[in-house]
Design a protein around this ligand. Structure first.
Ligand code: FAD
Length: 419
C-alpha cells in the first residue's frame, strides 16, 4: 500500500499524471472532489477545447509570461505532437485553426474528457470521486499519505501528485486547495491573481458600446504612465468595460499592477496601420467629401456607427457642427483620439471568470526535470497549481498535460526505486 501513488485532482494535469504513473507500473488512485472528472476541460475553448497549439515547440516557452523556462523539460518530453498522437490513439482526430490553435475535429471538448477517462480505465487507475483531499501527511521530509476532508480518513501513499489547479473559475472545482496543502509543508506560494480576464473601466462609455467588437486595432497597457506592452487584434466593449483576445492578453499585467495599487491605463489605437499624418490626411479627405454635413453624420467611413456619438462626445466637438466649420485644431484632436482612446482600469473581473491563475507554488521549489518538490520527497506538483501561466491558444492545457505526464512518470519511478 505504501508504494501507491495518489493523484489529487482530476483535471487535465491530474488525469494525465494518474494514467501515466499507472502506465509506468505504479498502483494509482485518483481523487477528485467534484462529481465528475475534467470539469474545466469541458468548458475550455467555449466547449470546443483548444487542447494545444500546432506551433514549433521550441518557441512555446515564449507564450508563458509566467515562468515559461520552467516548462522547457516537460514540454520537450511530452510536446504538442505527442499530445495530439496520444488523443489520436483514443480516437480523437484534431484540426488546426487560426493561430495554430488545435481543436478536436468534433468541436466538442467532451471527446477529450472521454479519451482521458478511457486512458485511466485502460491503465487501471482507481477513482475516488466527490472526496476532497484536505492535507498531505509527511514524516518531516517525505510523503507518507494524505487525509480526506469529510471523512478525515488517512490513505497511505508512497508518492502524492498535487494537481488541484489554480484558483480561477472555482465553479469547476479549482478553488486553490493545493496552495494550502503546499504551504503547510513549507512551500512558498506566489500570490494567485486572475489572468486572461476582462477589465473594468472607470469610464462608463464602454457600456454604451456593449457587444461591439473591434478588429485590427491595437491596445497598449500603461502602468504609472509607462508603456508596458501592446497587442494587435480583436477586442470587445462590455457593460463593465473591455474584453476580447488582446485585452485578455494584456490583463495579466493589469492584474499584477492593480494588486500593487498602481495606476493602470489601456490606450486603444483604432487606426494602427496609419501614422498620425496619414490618418489626418485620410480625415481631411472624408471632411472634403462631407463638408456640408454635421460632424455626427460625417464619420460613417471612419468608425462603426455605434461608436460615432461616443467618439464625437469624447472629442468635445459640437456634434451638430458643420464639417467645413471644424477647426484644424479640432480635427487634430479627433485624430489623436482615434489613435489614443484612453481607458482607466479600476479592476479585473476577478477569479470567478479568469481563464487562468497567475501565481501559485513557487517554481524554485520544484525540480523541472521531475516535478518533484525540492522540499518534500515523494511530493509532485503538476498543472496550474504551479506558478505558471500561458497566453490563450492552447498553451495552458499543453502545460497541464506536459507537467502531468512528467509528474506521473517520475512519481512511478520514485515509488519503484525509493519507497
Ligand atoms: C472558461 C475557460 C476556458 C479555457 N479554455 C482553454 C483552452 O481552450 N485552452 C487552454 O489551453 N486552456 C484553457 N483554459 C485553461 C485550462 O483549462 C487550465 O489551465 C487547465 O485546465 C488546468 O488544468 P489543471 O489540471 O492544472 O487544473 P484543473 O483543470 O483546474 O483541475 C483541477 C482539479 O482538481 C480538483 N480539486 C481541487 N481541489 C481538490 C481537492 N482538495 N481534492 C480533490 N480534488 C480537488 C478540481 O475539482 C479539479 O477537477 C480555460 C480555462 C477556463 C476557465
Amino acid at each position: 500500500m505504501g508504494k501507491q501513488v495518489i493523484v489529487v485532482g482530476g483535471g487535465a494535469a491530474g488525469m494525465m499524471a494518474a494514467g501515466q504513473a499507472s502506465a509506468c507500473g505504479a498502483e494509482v488512485i485518483l481523487i477528485e472532489k467534484m462529481k465528475r472528472l475534467g470539469s474545466k476541460i469541458a468548458i475550455s475553448g467555449k466547449g470546443r477545447c483548444n487542447l494545444t497549439n500546432a506551433g514549433d515547440i521550441a518557441d512555446f516557452t515564449r507564450y508563458y509570461p509566467g515562468n515559461g523556462k520552467f516548462l522547457y523539460a516537460s514540454l520537450k518530453e511530452f510536446d504538442n505532437q505527442a499530445l495530439m498522437e496520444f488523443f489520436q490513439k483514443y480516437g480523437v482526430k484534431t484540426k488546426i485553426e487560426r493561430g495554430g490553435r488545435v481543436f478536436p475535429e468534433a468541436d466538442d471538448s467532451e471527446v477529450i474528457v472521454k479519451a482521458l477517462k478511457e486512458f485511466l480505465e485502460k491503465t487501471g487507475v482507481k477513482l475516488i470521486l466527490e472526496q476532497a483531499v484536505e492535507r498531505i501527511i509527511t514524516d518531516e521530509e517525505r510523503v507518507t499519505g494524505l487525509q480526506l476532508k469529510q471523512s478525515k480518513e488517512v490513505l497511505p501513499a508512497g508518492a502524492v501528485i498535487v494537481a488541484t489547479g489554480g484558483a480561477s473559475f472555482p465553479g469547476t472545482g479549482s478553488t486553490g486547495d493545493g496552495y494550502a496543502m503546499a504551504e503547510e509543508l513549507g512551500h512558498k506560494v506566489i500570490r494567485p491573481l486572475p489572468a486572461l480576464v476582462p477589465l473594468r473601466t472607470l469610464e462608463q462609455w464602454p457600456k454604451e458600446l456593449q457587444g461591439l467588437t473591434l478588429k485590427n486595432v491595437s491596445a497598449s497597457i500603461w502602468i504609472e504612465g509607462k508603456k508596458k506592452a501592446e497587442e494587435f487584434g480583436e477586442m470587445l466593449f462590455t457593460h463593465f468595460g473591455i474584453s476580447g483576445p488582446i485585452i485578455l492578453t494584456l490583463s495579466r499585467i493589469a492584474s499584477h499592477a492593480l494588486s500593487l495599487q498602481q495606476k493602470v491605463e489601456i490606450r486603444i489605437n483604432l487606426k494602427p496601420a496609419l501614422t498620425f499624418e496619414q490618418l489626418d490626411l485620410r480625415i481631411q479627405r472624408d471632411f472634403a467629401k462631407y463638408q456640408n454635413k454635421q460632424l455626427k453624420n460625417a464619420l460613417d467611413d471612419l468608425l462603426p456607427k455605434s461608436m460615432i456619438p461616443v467618439m464625437v462626445h469624447l472629442s468635445q466637438i459640437d456634434p451638430e457642427k458643420i464639417i467645413n466649420q471644424v477647426s484644424k485644431e479640432e480635427r487634430k484632436r479627433l485624430c489623436r483620439l482615434l489613435q489614443e482612446l484612453q481607458l482607466h482600469i479600476t479592476a479585473t473581473l476577478g477569479m470567478g471568470v479568469a481563464i487562468v491563475t497567475s501565481g501559485g507554488i513557487d517554481v524554485k521549489q520544484i525540480n523541472p526535470a521531475t516535478m518533484e518538490s525540492r522540499l518534500i520527497k515523494g511530493l509532485f506538483l503538476a498543472g496550474e497549481v504551479i506558478d505558471i501561466d500561458g497566453v490563450t491558444g492552447g498553451y495552458n492545457l499543453q502545460a497541464a498535460f506536459s507537467t502531468g505526464f512528467k509528474a506521473g512518470k517520475a512519481a512511478a519511478h520514485y515509488v519503484h526505486t525509493t519507497v
